[in-house]
Ligand binder design. Structure first.
Ligand SMILES: Nc1ncnc2c1ncn2[C@@H]1O[C@H](COP(=O)(O)OP(=O)(O)O)[C@@H](O)[C@H]1O
Ligand SMILES: [Mg+2]
Length: 338
């Protein structure tokens, strides 16, 4: 089976790219961040190269710590048992359509949490609220205990340096090269703070991490779906975030590319110690990449836990979803209203 053998070879190459020899990225331009923002948030966490960083221990080990925001020049050690991100009583509607009637969810530093739920329940809306692309109607969303819902534009800009997002459908700009796409966030966030050589070096580093070194000059139109996702991923990691949001990273991909992306997600998390929030419809991907899952249903989280805990839940709204069964009481009216 040549395809499978080729797929395995690429996977090995991708895994190797995640683990080794991606070079050391240029340090973040800490000193040039606006002093008021730096005072509020501290400097961005420095990002270590995949090549030099030891594999992180399992996230559930209680002694594991995470480098959180600094205060007064000292880096606080935020325990992995504390919430890094906290949605509290969040309400959100579009006109009459209520998306969230009371969203409560905590994400710990270093964990990989997957949001599951039917189409249109508000999974993408949740991620967009987290980075301030959509405003909440009420409630709070904190990142390092700072309320994102109360922030002004420049403060949100800093949050978006620290929380990268791989948008649903990759959202690459077709009219510019792959390299320019990956550099996009660097220009946006580090304008005048990184020179062209530093940006080129960072772009090369990010593309190497996703197993696609040297494709800077290609156009998105020349790439396969799987490669586009990986370039989207390179764009998200180029800014060296603490958290990455993956909105349906494997939707529309064939099984080999799905496996490849899942390996990259778990490899990046282990190598770079990144907290990830994922959205996926694909339960086998969800079980593979997640420490915990949370299910959204009618405006709330109705279940959350480890893969094994979720599998043990008997509530039919959860069990039907995770086992891919249509609910027994689903009728035409329900389907039309969905
Ligand atoms: N900017 C917007 N304006 C109006 N309605 C929106 C907007 N974004 C999302 N919605 C609606 O909110 C609901 C949830 O959307 P979304 O979060 O994208 O669903 P999913 O769970 O599939 O990711 C959908 O009904 C969608 O049409
Ligand atoms: Mg969505």
């Amino acid at each position: 089976m040549p395809e499978l053998a080729a797929g395995a070879a690429v996977l090995t190459a991708a895994a190797a790219a995640v683990g080794v020899d991606a070079g050391t990225p240029a340090p973040l331009p800490h000193a040039q961040i606006h002093p008021r923002i730096a005072k509020k948030f501290g400097q961005p966490v420095s990002f270590m190269s995949a090549g030099t960083l030891p594999r992180s221990p399992r996230i559930h080990e209680p002694e594991r710590t995470f480098r959180g925001r600094s205060s007064g020049g000292n880096i606080e050690r935020v325990s992995s048992n504390e919430a890094l991100i906290r949605f509290k009583s969040v309400k959100k509607a579009f006109g009459q359509k209520v998306i969230y009637s009371g969203l409560d969810l905590e994400i710990k530093a270093g964990e990989s949490l997957t949001i599951i739920g039917g189409s249109g329940v508000g999974k993408s809306v949740m991620l967009k609220m987290l980075i301030g692309l959509l405003k909440v109607d009420s409630g709070s969303i904190t990142f390092h205990d700072e309320d994102i819902t109360k922030m002004r534009r420049e403060e949100l800009g800093l949050v978006r340096q620290r929380i990268g997002m791989l948008f649903q459908g990759s959202a690459l700009f077709d009219s510019i090269s792959v390299g320019a796409n990956v550099a996009y966030g660097l220009h946006e966030h580090f304008y005048k703070k990184m020179n062209d050589a530093e940006i080129a070096e960072r772009v090369h580093w990010a593309l190497s991490l996703v197993g696609l070194p040297g494709i800077e000059e290609m156009r998105p139109a020349d790439l396969s779906g799987g490669m586009k996702k990986r370039v989207g991923l390179a764009r998200a990691i180029a800014i060296q975030p603490e958290v990455i949001l993956f909105d349906e990273p494997t939707t529309g991909l064939d099984p080999i590319n799905t496996t490849r992306i899942n390996h990259l997600i778990t490899g990046l998390k282990k190598s770079l110690n990144i907290t990830t929030i994922n959205v996926t419809h694909d339960m086998s991907s969800a079980y593979y990449i997640s420490d915990r899952l949370a299910m959204v249903h009618r405006g709330r989280i109705i279940a959350q836990g480890t893969p094994d805990e979720l599998k043990a839940i008997t509530d039919p709204r959860v069990a039907d979803f995770i086992h891919g069964r249509a609910p027994v009481n689903e009728d035409v009216a329900t389907l039309l209203g969905a």
